[in-house]
Ligand binder design. Structure first.
Ligand SMILES: [Zn+2]
Length: 369
């Protein structure tokens, strides 16, 4: 099923938000509490407008604002993120190699232990920015001409971010990558969709980059793959659940939300939920049918295998990785790495392969409906 329905945030929405932040920025003085936040999100709104506009000056402004912010404040996650955002704009969107390099030097000087230094290094080694751009650039007529729908699989966590760690040292970041690779293989065999992964290696990838990749590909479905954990009552929690994004979380989802959002924790606060509201416009309604389809299908495919796949339901939560996506998007929590039975299954390659097959077949079913 193609997504032709557009409840998603558009350039006009971003423009309105950008004006709000321009006004807010004039009101908070240097040194005033919260100014860094306003500056950061103001730059984000410039970037989002720039990504939806033929006028590159917004992207220039955004990059300059990110750099100015990093120079103005004491080292913090905002400063570090800002330099990385500026680097991505200069290097991938504006092709300004010299400016990109200045930012990298600044990142090294101000944040010598930054996780982004590894990310930059691996980007340079694996995929030169030029190829990356060509790979992700697609215009409307190319999209119309394309035969197969596009699914983006997002293996959660990676690099220094292990995600949940469970029984026997099972690491979420490794399981998600293994399941994503297998699902990709099965999907390619089935031939019902074009598949892309947000990461193919054990590398750290910021949440905003995952959604930006999927938007740039004009994907038709986004599936973020995760493993669940319950550190307080490990024997009580087992089974699969699927989430769509929403501003509100069901009470039992709160712990999961904070774990999955952990890599951007310091960027929280009121402004983020303000942005989230804009970001998720319409996303939940279009994602719900996809979530139900995947959930029911995967459970029925497991009926006669592994004693069934215990289901915990389709739920909602403010997952950052699902925000800003312009396509139906779900977050799958396969099983609990902290539950003995679940962990035993997860450590078995045959089980992971069966999960991948069920997921791939369910994705095909979703597209064929
Ligand atoms: Zn996770």
């Amino acid at each position: 099923m193609r997504n032709t329905d557009h409840g998603f945030a558009r350039r006009d929405d971003w423009n309105a938000l950008k004006s709000d932040f321009d006004r807010l920025f004039l009101q908070v003085k240097q040194g005033e509490h919260g100014r860094d936040r306003v500056q950061y999100f103001r730059a984000v709104t410039y970037k989002e407008v720039g990504l939806r506009s033929p006028n590159v000056s917004f992207l220039h402004d955004a990059a300059n604002q990110f750099v100015a912010l990093a120079r103005e404040i004491r080292p913090s996650q905002f400063g570090e993120e800002s330099l990385y955002q500026a680097y991505l704009l200069y290097s991938d969107k504006l092709s300004l190699a010299k400016e990109a390099d200045v930012v990298v030097q600044e990142l090294k000087r101000r944040y010598p232990k930054s996780r982004y230094l590894y990310v930059l290094e691996s980007k340079r080694q694996i995929t030169p920015p030029r190829i990356l751009r060509a790979q992700f650039a697609e215009n409307a007529s190319q999209k119309a001409a394309r035969k197969l729908p596009v699914v983006v699989l997002d293996p959660g966590h990676g690099g220094e971010d292990d995600g949940a760690v469970g029984i026997g040292g099972l690491k979420e970041k490794n399981l998600t990558l293994s399941i994503a690779h297998e699902t990709e293989k099965v999907l390619q065999g089935l031939g019902c969709a074009q598949v892309h992964l947000t990461r193919s290696f054990d590398t750290f990838l910021p949440l905003f980059e995952r959604s930006e990749k999927a938007n740039a590909l004009h994907a038709d479905l986004f599936v973020s793959i995760h493993l669940n954990a319950d550190d307080h009552f490990p024997l009580k929690s087992q089974g699969m659940e699927i989430y769509t994004v929403s501003r509100e979380a069901s009470p039992e989802a709160l712990g999961i939300v904070s774990r999955e959002n952990a890599s951007i924790d310091d960027l929280g606060g009121g402004l983020q939920s303000f942005l989230a509201e804009l970001y998720q416009r319409g996303a939940s309604a279009v994602s719900e049918p996809a979530a139900r389809k995947l959930y029911n299908n995967m459970r029925s495919l497991f009926l006669s295998k592994w004693g069934g796949l215990r289901g915990r339901g389709v739920k909602q939560g403010p997952f950052y990785v699902l925000m800003g996506l312009e396509m139906p998007a779900v977050l799958l929590e396969v099983l609990f790495v902290t539950h003995p039975e679940d962990a035993m299954k997860l450590s078995n390659p045959q089980f992971r392969s069966d999960v991948a097959t069920a997921l791939a077949e369910s994705i095909c079913e979703y597209f064929e409906q």
